[in-house]
Design a protein around this ligand. Structure first.
Ligand SMILES: Nc1nc2c(c(=O)[nH]1)N[C@H]1C(S)=C(S)[C@@H](COP(=O)(O)O)O[C@H]1N2
Ligand SMILES: [Mo]
Length: 483
């Protein structure tokens, strides 16, 4: 005989299936106009969880942080629906409606695609209310609702890909951004396993607070320069292209711990901020330049240092000869070589606002320092390969950076032996990363290799292991080789 408890268990599974269906319809409705319920809920989490949780997520999920957040949100929604399903029948429908209203209210506060996401939340709460009133029972009912949900989630995915394709086409129509011309070389071509001198956009790490890159129409987009200025400027892409120059620089995330891949070297195309600020004529009381993005992110930079060129900032519109990709900030971002990504300026820029010191930035409100964090000199080992020509040798190669001063030397040590210099590739620019290689003679056995970078300003890479928060990570990349 089936007990009440059995029946309730079956009902909870059925309720979870309703959750999948509700999420599916919500995602599909939102995706029709490019929105997403899952991304909205995920962004609310990103905006509210305490810094230690953000830091732990970065460590655990690595470069899969967005996929991990999405999966977590989806699972959470389904679990919450199962939870509502376990409630007595008379409060299930009001609870479902309340959940829908909450999701809709969150969506209205989102910076992008909020209208379509609110519609998605309404559709999802309709499914929840209808499905949870009499929870589906039995294998067939549960399977049916789940399959419909899965189908709708797949449809939502297809709709998103469609929007992405349209966006990519609009970007492609803009044509080249700077001339990559001859591929830059540094004399270390052909070293097995060594990072490319110039990182292709699709291989560059992505770090931001948005689960999906906002899609911005380049034809309607204008950059405004406003606030405490004599002239408010509204600049089109064409006007920016006319004033842009190329520069080589490495971008490094403040979460890049020793040896990790949250760093990329590119040939950027952008307008020097010194020039841009001359046109706007800042008021005498203006002290900061706020870079503000479509996703609500802001980073502000000290105006005087930008105007004097002490901080060599650019309004970037191109990477490696092409427009920025959506993931890397299309149509424009601000980049100051030598500052960590979190402090260097916003991607998906909407405006530059000149203001005074009363402004507070996204991460500063969350607990990060207001001081600009500068990139520490860093060397990374990319590969260790047994020597092909001479037995008993090991080729070691990697990259090092110390923007904006440049890498003066890279040193390697085996175990606790003395530091010894390695061969450096030629330098694209002092703000770019510099490749290096060396050949070691190592006796058979296991050996610990460590590398360190020394900047042209005399700064030696700090060997003490520290986490990214609060002032950026330090420590040495350590690799063990078995000879
Ligand atoms: N609009 C916006 N810009 C942003 C961020 C963001 O979350 N939103 N993150 C910053 C951080 S933390 C880094 S490391 C760099 C990363 O740029 P990338 O994704 O192109 O590598 O962008 C910066 N600019
Ligand atoms: Mo970052």
């Amino acid at each position: 005989m089936r007990t009440d408890e059995d029946r309730n268990k079956g009902g909870v599974l059925g309720a979870a299936a309703v959750g999948v269906a509700a999420l599916g319809l919500g995602e599909a409705v939102a995706a029709a106009r490019g929105g997403s319920l899952i991304d909205t809920i995920g962004r609310v989490l990103i905006d509210t969880v305490p810094i230690p949780v953000v830091e732990a997520t970065v460590v655990i999920s690595g470069r899969h942080d967005k996929a991990a957040t999405r999966t977590g949100v989806g699972a959470g929604v389904v679990a919450a629906t199962a939870g509502i399903g376990a409630l007595p029948q008379r409060i299930r429908v009001p609870a479902a409606a309340a959940a829908g209203i909450a999701a809709g209210a969150l969506a209205t506060r989102q910076p992008t695609r909020s209208a379509s996401t609110v519609l998605g939340a309404v559709a999802a709460s309709g499914v929840l209310a209808a499905g949870l009133r009499k929870r589906p029972r039995g294998l067939l009912g549960t399977l049916g609702w789940s399959l419909v949900g899965a189908g709708l989630l797949a449809a939502a995915q297809t709709l998103q890909k469609d929007h992405d394709r349209k966006q990519d086409n609009a970007i492609r129509r803009l044509g080249a951004m700077g001339a990559l011309g001859a591929v830059p070389e540094d004399g270390l071509e052909g070293e097995a396993g060594l990072s490319a001198l110039v990182t292709p956009a699709h291989k560059m790490y992505v770090a931001d607070i948005s689960l999906r890159a906002p899609r911005i129409d380049p034809n309607r987009w204008r950059l405004s320069v406003k606030g405490m200025v004599a002239h408010t400027l509204r600049l089109s892409m064409d006007e920016l292209v006319a004033d842009a120059v190329e520069f080589d620089a490495v971008m490094v995330c403040v979460h890049n711990r020793a040896g990790e891949g949250r760093a990329a070297n590119a040939r950027w195309f952008g307008v020097p901020l010194t020039d841009l600020l001359k046109h706007a004529i800042p008021d005498s009381g203006a002290t900061r330049l706020v870079t503000r993005a479509v996703d609500g992110y802001t980073i502000s930079l000290p105006l005087e240092a930008l105007r004097s060129g002490e901080l060599p900032g650019y309004l970037v519109i191109g990477m490696n000869g092409e427009p920025l990709t959506p993931a890397h900030g299309f149509p424009a971002r601000v980049f100051v070589p030598g500052l960590y990504g979190q402090y260097t300026g916003a991607k998906w820029l909407t405006e530059l606002e000149l203001t005074d010191d009363s402004h507070s930035d996204y991460w500063v409100k969350r607990g990060w320092t207001r001081e600009l964090l500068r990139v520490h000199p860093h060397a990374r080992i990319d590969s260790t390969v047994p020597g092909r020509e001479i037995a008993g040798t090991t080729s070691v190669a990697g990259v090092a950076w110390a923007p904006p001063h440049g890498v003066d030397a890279v040193e390697i040590r085996v175990g606790q032996e003395d530091w010894q210099p390695v061969e450096l590739g030629s330098e694209l620019s002092s703000s770019a990363w510099r490749r290096w290689r060396t050949t070691l003679k190592l006796p058979a056995g296991a050996h610990t290799l460590q590398v360190r970078a020394i900047s042209r300003s005399g700064q030696i890479q700090d060997g003490v292991d520290r986490p990214p928060f609060p002032v950026g990570p330090t420590g040495l990349h350590t690799v063990t080789v078995d000879v």
